[in-house]
Design a protein around this ligand. Structure first.
Ligand code: UD1
Length: 344
């Protein structure tokens, strides 16, 4: 019988790609999403790729009664992957309580429901934001956790602590924390991808929207960083590669291969790339020129961060394999596809 995995936030960017990878690996998926930052049509994209629709429940995870009812109505849940969260850094600065309430209450409710229903395995969507600006690069999983620079980042740190405390308390929970670097790109089919609502905050959606003419120009935030070309450096990871790490994590937990009840892995490529390198590679691989201008640094941005991937490669047995060129091509293909859909 197929194992049932709950994917919260499964209609979102990383959640939808992970759902596809899980279904293709033979899992049954139940998506829980309130559609506050995603669209129901994503389910059709998933169905077109996999040939099946995942199960879907629309509700807010902050409603504990609904979480409990949902788990009661779907017996036999083997594991949970928890993506659902607010994730816009500037918005979190303006509305901290909304971020703390949403991101933490949903987690607490899920952990309570796991206890109540005897569900043991949990994979949590964390972020490299927990490292802040690291003192040494690349960052390993044991690099110090720096004071968060935004309420969003703080919710990720607190969430990690909550999970750690639950495991330490002896609850029969076994968890894997996955710290993502910068997920970009789209499924090669271009049937699912990133759908930012309004003006994108992240680099690659801004590049593709500028390329297609929705945005007049891309602002490059700073060229006076202490980096080879002066622009900031990040570790950009293909979303399909990233999604596969979730399947590997689920398999690890279900097979009892985890070394301790709580494990943490960095998910990146291990390679730091500058904003200007991303723009140049996009232009070279797609043949489309980007109208960009250097402006001041963006408040709260760090200079550079990229992952030490040894633990993920050697212990988790996962490695990013998709090239930057292919990744940027997939993002561009997706941008063209959704514009056509919206106009058609
Ligand atoms: C941020 C968060 C991260 C979160 C991610 C996804 C921090 C430190 N990081 O990553 O936790 O998971 O968003 O929401 O809070 N850039 C431009 N012009 C643009 C947009 C971006 O030059 O129009 C630059 C940024 O200055 C940065 C790089 O591109 O140097 C990447 O930015 P972005 O895609 O927003 O991701 P992060 O800020 O790294």
């Amino acid at each position: 019988m197929k194992k049932l995995v709950v994917v919260t936030g499964g209609t979102g960017f990383i959640g939808s790609h992970t759902t596809v990878e899980l279904m293709e690996a033979g899992y049954e998926v139940l998506i829980i999403d309130d559609l506050s930052n995603s669209r129901i049509e994503v389910l059709e994209g998933i169905e077109m790729i996999t040939g099946r629709k995942p199960m879907f429940e629309k509700f807010d995870l902050c409603d504990r009664g609904k979480v409990m009812d949902c788990f009661k109505n779907h017996p036999g849940i083997a594991a949970i992957i928890h993506f659902a969260a607010h994730k816009a850094v500037p918005e979190s600065v303006d509305k901290p309580l909304m971020y703390y309430e949403n991101n933490l209450l949903s987690l607490i409710n899920l952990l309570e429901a796991m206890k109540e229903h005897g569900i043991k395995y949990f994979v949590f969507s964390s972020s490299c934001t927990v490292y802040g600006q690291p003192d040494t690069l690349p960052v390993t999983e044991t690099s110090p956790i720096k004071k968060a620079t935004s309420p969003y980042g703080n919710t990720k740190q607190i969430a990690e602590d909550i999970i750690q405390d639950v495991v330490s308390a002896g609850d029969p929970v076994e968890a894997i924390l996955l710290r993502y670097f910068n997920p970009i790109g789209a499924h090669p089919s271009a049937l699912i991808g990133e759908l930012p609502i309004g003006i994108p905050l992240n680099l690659v959606p801004f590049i593709t929207q500028t390329a297609i003419g929705i945005r007049e120009e891309l602002k490059v935030f700073g060229d006076d960083y202490n980096t080879p070309d002066g622009s900031a450096i990040r570790d950009y990871i293909n979303v399909v590669d990233l999604s596969r790490a979730h399947v590997v994590s689920i398999e690890r937990l279900l097979a009892g291969k985890n070394k301790s009840a709580l494990e943490t892995f960095n998910l990146g490529t291990g390679k730091g790339l500058s904003v200007l390198e991303i723009i140049n590679t996009f232009e070279k691989t797609t043949g489309v020129k980007i109208n960009y201008r250097i402006v001041d640094r963006r408040e709260g941005d760090i200079e550079q961060v990229y992952a030490d991937t040894n633990l993920a490669n050697n212990e988790l047995g996962w490695k990013a394999t998709i090239s930057l060129e292919e990744t940027l091509r997939s993002a561009w293909k997706w941008e063209q596809y959704i514009r056509q859909e919206n106009n058609g």
